[in-house]
Design a protein around this ligand. Structure first.
Ligand code: F6R
Length: 242
């Protein structure tokens, strides 16, 4: 079931998202969070940091699995998703960094790393809540529009438009990674709850296609229609075509 909630501002939606994550963290001895990078979850992560600083929420027993990472960037690179997670969230919490997992983009055998990542998620019992942003083209994680849904963690070639879009974060286009490693639809769909966030007018069409269109791998997020427990938090701009 899709529980769609529309807020006046991204800030209010982010607060609601943080409250849902708090519920999960308080409700279990060893909560497992699936996390995302990108601009969308930043205000929600800030709201979680505030809860921690206020002393109402501890992440001591929390384990996390992130969606994706660039191939070729180590965690010290300021555009890596590991660096993003440390600086935007983990460094500000009482979480044990050893319990935070981001797929490795620098191993010698990416296929083996991908397999090990899925096995680690499975061994943890799957995620209690998976946070997702959405691309303008409907992608979730780095699951780009394609002819089929891919189940496992896998390596993807970035599209030219994604490379172009990311060039602004690097010294030159040549430095932009050409590939990424991403969680597949299997781990995302096995989350006990999915929290999809989208803010701003650029996401409106993807949100409409995801919620109201056919289930189609050319709109990767549309697979969420098959998930039994999805909460969608939108601002009015992202909801404007519903
Ligand atoms: C991030 C991720 C991506 C982003 C999406 C939206 O880990 O997997 O799917 O969620 O590209 O990015 P923003 O939030 O920057 O608009």
């Amino acid at each position: 079931m899709m529980d769609v909630r529309i807020f006046k501002s991204a800030q209010e939606a982010a607060q609601a998202g943080a409250n849902l994550i708090e519920e999960v963290v308080l409700g279990k001895d060893q909560p497992i969070l699936g996390l995302a990078t990108g601009s969308t979850p930043i205000p929600m992560y800030q709201a979680l940091i505030q809860k921690y600083e206020a002393g109402t929420l501890s992440f001591k027993n929390v384990r996390t699995f992130n969606l994706d990472e660039y191939i070729g960037l180590d965690g010290a690179h300021d555009q890596s998703y590991r660096y993003f997670m440390n600086t935007q969230l983990f460094d500000h919490l009482d979480i044990d960094h050893a319990n935070t997992h981001v797929p490795s983009g620098i191993g010698a055998d990416h296929a083996a790393d991908a397999k090990a990542y899925d096995e680690a998620i499975e061994a943890a019992g799957g995620t209690d809540i998976q946070v997702l942003g959405i691309g303008n083209n409907g992608h979730i994680g780095f699951n780009e529009p394609a002819e089929v849904f891919i189940k496992g963690t896998h390596i993807v070639d970035l599209t030219d438009s994604t490379i172009d879009a990311n060039t602004r974060f690097f010294a030159s286009r040549d430095e932009v990674p050409r590939q990424a490693i991403t969680m597949g639809m299997g781990a995302i769909m096995s989350a006990r709850k999915v929290l999809l966030l989208a803010f701003g007018p650029a996401k409106a069409q993807a949100i409409r296609d995801t919620l109201c269109g056919d289930i189609d791998p050319r709109v990767p997020a549309s697979i969420l229609q098959l998930h039994p427990n999805v909460v969608v938090l939108l601002d009015e701009d992202a909801a404007s075509l519903l």
